[in-house]
Design a protein around this ligand. Sequence first.
Ligand code: FDM
Ligand code: MG
Length: 206
Amino acid sequence: MRGHLIVVEGCDRSGKTTQCERLVQSLQEHGKDAELVKFPDRTTQTGKMIDSYLKQTSHLDDHAIHLLFSANRWEAMDALKEKLSQGKTLIVDRYAFSGVAFSAAKGLDFEWCRGPDVGLLVPDVVMFLDLTMDEAEKRGGFGEERYEKRELQMQVRKEFDKLMDDTWKMVDASQTKDQVHTAMLTIVNELPAPGPVRSGLWKETQ
Ligand code: FDM
Ligand code: MG
């Protein structure tokens, strides 16, 4: 049986990365073959360009960087597909939803933003770590990277709202780390057995 493709989204400071790591560890401890995937993957050629853009050591046109983020996902698809069919469950820290939310928040056309990711693997579930901006800021300010600013993050949240549908699982990220972890683990454990790997993002309800 193939593994599940589990996407975790949320605004900055929501605890995504910490929780994704913990989820993978828990699943492994329970005997599941699970692996962490992170977008952007900053190690590849496109990833290095993205990294320098985010660290503000390079400038790129908004459309160009959007396409690079998408290319960074596309170049990973064959490998992810292979892993899923080998039975690996993939926990994916950000995906095309972040791609659209951040670029649209900067002012790019929402529909245009969806275009490059049409056809990506369809996740079995999207979990959204939900945290208000005030709670996010209480967690100790944003960092130095390009998008780590209150105004933009507020807009990103609005764009995420447009992408959500009733298949998304909202997780209250203001809970303790243990509570968030338990909520995420429960969602994963309740997923139905997966059917064949599905390509074709956005064509369904998302
Ligand atoms: N980001 C992330 C995008 O703008 N588009 C994308 O497609 C993806 C995957 O990159 F500000 C933004 C979101 C965030 C930044 O992400 C780096 P991490 O999770 O902080 O590394
Ligand atoms: Mg970050």
